[in-house]
Design a protein around this ligand. Sequence first.
Ligand SMILES: *Cc1c(COP(=O)(O)O)cnc(C)c1O
Length: 410
Amino acid sequence: MARFNTQLVHGVPVNDNNTGAVNPPIYNSSTYTFGSVDAMPRWDYARSGNPTREFLESQIAQLEHGERGFAFASGLAAIHAVLSIFKPGDRIVVGKDIYGGTYSQLHEHFSRWGLIVDGVDTQDPVAVSRALSNPDAKAVYFETLTNPLLKVNDVRSLSALAHAHGAIAIVDNTFVTPYLQQPLDLGADVVLHSATKYLAGHSDVVAGLVVVRDADLASRIYFVQNRLGAVLAPAECDSVRKGIQTLALRMDRQQENALKVARYLKRHPLVSAVHYPGLESDPGHALASRELNGAGGVLSFEVRDDVDAGTVLNSFKVFRLAVSLGAVESLAEFPARMTHFELPREERLKIGITDGLIRLAVGIEDSADLLEDLEQALHAAGEESNDRAAQATVNATATATALAGIGALS
Ligand SMILES: *Cc1c(COP(=O)(O)O)cnc(C)c1O
């Protein structure tokens, strides 16, 4: 039983106390009895491990083709645990366009803690190689698809570069999931997720997952998981477990809808750019076609300079105005003010997050409803822009008339 869709549903066998239950139970127990003082049980205390968490950890390890999986209380807790295996003075080469919360954790927490954070453009192998040639460089950290511009990072070549310099490759696979790519198979050493997004898939749980390639990394991450203690509670582990079972079904629809939305936006006169590697015209399309089994359900687009992105966002009726992504419902957000406000404006503009950029996380609704919603929201913003232009003409005429009057008097 090696195929992916079957693994999603049945990958980890359910054998519980001969009840015949098809789902694993949620063990709500913080502690477990010892048979006798010298008989250490399989689980003794729930932070160190428990059967409900172990089920999810086995599930994700299997799907990501790794040695071992770990579940955390959030994606950022997972990232915190991974970066905590390093020591002060170690350098981490980090993609410049990473998730805002990760950027802030690195720059406002880990740099104070002593990690040296070296931001590079992970689309530029020469820059990455130069950064990794510093003898203190211990890892390269990047996202498979960048957020919110959906650039495709080359896991295979970035991992090879890291290894050539004695460093490891850490990949945030949140936007892609193991359904579309298994980074460990392409050479990465650690893969992590905000399971809050596609894996759980219903905007009802905050969770993080990590999978590692080998036993040495597993023991280092396990130490941090148990000692820093940001573990995922059993009920949440079960939510993510259930979400994972429908991952492929949901993503198939999300990708299908996202491609329709991207094609629609590409032709819209008020839209100046669309970023989605599923479009043949996208710079990441060739790499995505080679290394990914699909382009995912997130895309972003820019409206023309004279159109107010805020008006587009405020006019949506089906798309909900919210951060996050990967769930059944379609969401729209304004990176400059919502997800990427942690980045200073200058940094933000440098990496292409303009004031006209809108990110869409496409859900599983009927695509016709999504396209109609985009149509009416863009129409509203277009009307407003026309009104503004007309008002500017009226004002200019009034000013000219007034000036002419002053001229006539003097
Ligand atoms: C949401 C997200 C995170 C953070 O995860 P939380 O579960 O919100 O803590 C990290 N990386 C990416 C790419 C994300 O989208």
